[in-house]
Write a protein that binds this ligand. Structure first.
Ligand SMILES: [Cu+2]
Length: 425
């Protein structure tokens, strides 16, 4: 066995010939085939689906998979009615997902079209020090207009991330990040039928504005899966009986407890590697800490429309729900002959509408027909088969169906008779 140090400094071809890929940490499966033969056999895997985001194409050049990332300003529609001036890669924020196989030699060209310097750090990937992408520490920053080359061999498999390590506070706050998925050379555990990747992020985009505010440290007002908020986040569609994996990454400033309805799941891996089966425990909510990834798996054997969302309730709201005065229990109507609070406020703020005395649910109804500040989404939105879903932010739906031919959106679930809650009186 090679030591980790030997493994990292070896070149791609030499590493493969020496079987370095099977010596990677956390990678314990045995194979009788010679390492070189294993390495040459094309690995089969279920391609990752990154909802609302593309997968980065590559070209094979002398046995090396060559990718090209372009760091640039991008406009991202978080949901219809809101466009955000982000920075990202190749027209997207987050950037396209990089998808490879353990043992691959990769060459990643990074072109900087931003107005300031940048770098790319490959979070969680074991590589030579000079490829680690910390500006000033491992390399000079990539100046505007320059193209730099990163090249390394992938000695692990799992879910990793990429992001700048240059003016990090600004560049990550405006959306520069992406996911980096490495499939195992040989299958590990039962194969998955659906493999999703979701990068969590949070933003401060003040009502009426277009550009994320990088100076905000914790008080965010928009929360995204892959740069989209509900109801614009693609649904996760599975066929009854499919084994599903969701790879969650978090490069925001808060932990996000991601919750699935209808099932329990196992956390099968972190960005540090696979978790042995004996060390997993069943969960329904997985906390995804800042600067980490979590892979979860379950068998989707119960059809239905199952909510999948962050369990911090503010993180399933949009900007309009943020920083409001508390009107719960405040009588805003007429009181003992006095003009109502609503009338008095209207005298100085024409069009003011009293809301919130009995809760905020009415906001979801008004949101359908009333105009808010420009470029600002209502706090709760989205229609389901039974009315307003009253969500925003980090919320989507896992749709599990019997006998579907494609993974296109199958529409809403029709509950079999006698299996739904009903009104008693
Ligand atoms: Cu959250």
């Amino acid at each position: 066995m090679l030591s980790r140090r030997q493994m990292i400094v070896s070149t791609g071809a030499a590493a493969l010939a020496a079987g370095a890929s099977s010596a990677a940490p956390g990678h314990t499966h045995a194979s009788k085939a010679p390492a070189a033969a294993r390495a040459r056999r094309p690995a089969s895997y279920t391609p990752v689906v990154t909802p609302n985001i593309s997968t980065l194409p590559w070209e094979l050049k002398d046995g090396v998979k060559e990718f090209h990332l372009v760091a640039q300003a991008v406009e991202r529609e978080f949901a219809p009615g809101m466009r955000v001036k982000c920075w990202g890669y190749n027209g997207e924020s987050p950037g396209p997902t990089i998808e490879c196989v353990e043992g691959d030699r990769v060459r990643i060209l990074v072109t900087n079209e931003l107005p300031e310097h940048t770098t790319v750090h490959w979070h969680g990937i074991l590589l030579p020090n000079g490829m680690d992408g910390v500006g000033g520490l491992n390399q000079p920053q990539i100046k505007p207009g320059e193209t730099w080359v990163y090249e390394f061999t992938l000695h692990q498999h799992g879910t990793f991330l990429y992001h700048p390590h240059a003016d990090e506070m600004v560049q990550m706050a405006v959306g520069m990040m992406g996911m980096f998925v490495v499939h195992p050379l040989e299958p590990e555990g039962p194969p998955v039928d659906r493999d999703f990747a979701i990068l969590l992020h949070e933003w401060a985009i003040h009502p009426g504005t277009y550009r994320p505010d990088p100076s905000i440290m914790l008080d965010f007002n928009l929360f995204t899966f892959n740069g989209k908020v509900f109801p614009a986040i693609d649904h996760l569609v599975a066929k009854t009986g499919d084994r599903v994996r969701v790879r969650l990454g978090n490069l925001s400033m808060n932990q996000h407890p991601i919750h699935l309805h209808g099932y329990t799941f196992d956390v099968t891996a972190t960005d540090g590697g696979s978790i042995p089966a004996s060390a997993r425990w069943p969960q329904t909510t997985v906390p995804v800490p800042v600067g980490s990834t979590r892979d979860i798996q379950w068998v989707a054997d119960v059809p239905g429309d199952w909510a999948f969302h962050c369990h911090k309730s503010h993180h399933t709201m949009n900007a309009m729900g943020h920083g409001l005065p508390n009107l719960l229990g405040v009588n805003q109507g007429p009181r003992q002959g006095e003009p109502s609070l609503e009338d008095r406020i209207r005298a100085i703020l024409p069009g003011y509408m009293a809301m919130g005395e009995a809760g905020m649910a009415e906001h979801a109804v008004h949101a359908e027909h009333m105009q808010g500040p420009r470029n600002t989404l209502p706090m709760m939105t989205g229609q389901g088969p039974y009315g307003p879903i009253e969500m925003g932010g980090m919320f989507t739906v896992l749709k599990v169906r019997d006998e579907i031919e494609t993974y296109d959106d199958p529409g809403w679930y029709e509950q079999p008779e006698g299996t739904a809650a009903y009104r008693l009186s």
